[in-house]
Ligand binder design. Structure first.
Ligand code: ADP
Length: 307
C-alpha cells in the first residue's frame, strides 16, 4: 500500500510539475512573441507600434518582462520622435529652399522673355537669392554637425574678457554703421573657462548680431560676463523690438522666426539660435532667453562651467 501510494503521488507530482512548467513556459513565450511581432512592425516603418504586457503578467513576479516591455516602448518612442523630426526637417528645408528658387527662376524667365531689363539691379536681386540659398546650406551643414556632436572642440583656457573683446571688435563697425551703441560689461577677476574659442565667439557673435538686427537705430546692446555659482554667465541684452511671451519657448527651435516675413527680408533662416544652443550644450552649458514682451528688449544668456 505504501509503495502504491508513493507511485501515485510521484505520478501526481510529475503531472503537476509538467502542467505548471507548461503554463509558465506559455506565459513566458507569449510576451516574447508579442515583442518579436512589434519589433518586426517597427522595422517595417510602423513607428507608433508599442507592446502591451498581458494582464496576468502586469503585477506578477516577471519583473524582467515588464522592464523589457518598458524599455522596448521607450526605444520605439525615441525612434518615432526621430522619424517625426526627420520628416519635419525635410518639410522645413523644402519650404526654405522654395522661395529663393522660385524667385531666381522667375527672374531668369523674365530675363529670357525680355520682360525685365538685364541691368545690375536685376542681377543683384538674383545674386541675393542665390546667396540666401548658400547661407541656408552652410547653416544646415553646421546644424547637422552640431546636433550629431560631430564638431570637434579645440578646448583651451581663456578669460571671459578675451571672448567678449573679440566679439566686440568683430561687430563694432556694423553697430556704428547702424547707429546702435555696443557696450561691454565684464566683471573683474572672472575665472578662466576652458572652451573652443572660435565656437564660443561664434555663439556670442550670433547673439550680438541678432541683437543688432532686432534693435532699431539709437538703441543699445550690452555684452556682459559675470560669475554665477560655478559658472560664467555671458549675456547679450538689447533694448530692441523684444519677443512676445508665446514665442519665447520656441525661439531655439529650428527654422523658428517670430516674424517670418521680416526675418526673410533680413536673410535669417531661423537656424542661428539652434546652432548656438547646440554649441553651448557641447560645452556643458545652458542657453536661455528673457524678454518683457514686444518693444521691451531681449536678453539672451548662456552659462559655461568654470575651468
Ligand atoms: P535668424 O537667422 O532668423 O535671425 P535665429 O535662430 O538667429 O535666426 O533667430 C530666430 C528668431 O528669433 C529670429 O528670426 C527673431 O525673430 C528672433 N530673435 C532672435 N534674436 C532676437 C533679438 N535680439 N530680439 C528680438 N528677436 C530676436
Amino acid at each position: 500500500a505504501v509503495n502504491t501510494s508513493i507511485r501515485i503521488s510521484t505520478l501526481m507530482a510529475l503531472i503537476v510539475a509538467i502542467c505548471a512548467s507548461l503554463i509558465i513556459a506559455r506565459s513566458l513565450v507569449k510576451p516574447a512573441q508579442q515583442m518579436s511581432v512589434a519589433a518586426q512592425r517597427i522595422a517595417d516603418g510602423h513607428y507608433a507600434e508599442r507592446v502591451e504586457l498581458p494582464k496576468d503578467l502586469e503585477h506578477s513576479q516577471f519583473d524582467e518582462w515588464q522592464d523589457f516591455a518598458y524599455q522596448f516602448n521607450l526605444m520605439a518612442e525615441s525612434l518615432e520622435e526621430t522619424e517625426t523630426m526627420r520628416m519635419q526637417l525635410l518639410g522645413d528645408v523644402t519650404h526654405e529652399m522654395r522661395t529663393p528658387l522660385t524667385t531666381i527662376k522667375g527672374y531668369m524667365e523674365a530675363l529670357m522673355d525680355g520682360v525685365v531689363d538685364a541691368d545690375p539691379a536685376t542681377y543683384h536681386r538674383i545674386y541675393k537669392e542665390a546667396d540666401r540659398l548658400q547661407h541656408l546650406v552652410t547653416d544646415l551643414q553646421e546644424l547637422s554637425r552640431a546636433e550629431a556632436n560631430a564638431i570637434p572642440l579645440e578646448l583651451q583656457p581663456i578669460t571671459p574678457q578675451e571672448l567678449v573683446d573679440a566679439t566686440y571688435h568683430r561687430l563694432f563697425l556694423q553697430y556704428e554703421e547702424k547707429g546702435v551703441a555696443l557696450e561691454m560689461d565684464v566683471a573683474e577677476d572672472l575665472p578662466m573657462v576652458i572652451v573652443d574659442r572660435q565656437r564660443l565667439e561664434q555663439v556670442l557673435t550670433n547673439l550680438a548680431g541678432n541683437a543688432l538686427n532686432y534693435t532699431p537705430e539709437g538703441g543699445k546692446v550690452v555684452i556682459s560676463a559675470a560669475v554665477q555659482k560655478e559658472q560664467v554667465l555671458f549675456s547679450v541684452s538689447d533694448n530692441g523690438i523684444g519677443i512676445a511671451e508665446e514665442h519665447l519657448k520656441h525661439i531655439f527651435d529650428r527654422f523658428y522666426r517670430v516674424d517670418k516675413s521680416r526675418a526673410r527680408k533680413s536673410g535669417g533662416s531661423g537656424i542661428g539660435l539652434t546652432i548656438a544652443k547646440s554649441l553651448v550644450e557641447m560645452h556643458g552649458g545652458k542657453i536661455a532667453v528673457r524678454s518683457q514682451g514686444e518693444g521691451k528688449g531681449s536678453t539672451f544668456s548662456f552659462t559655461i562651467p568654470v575651468a
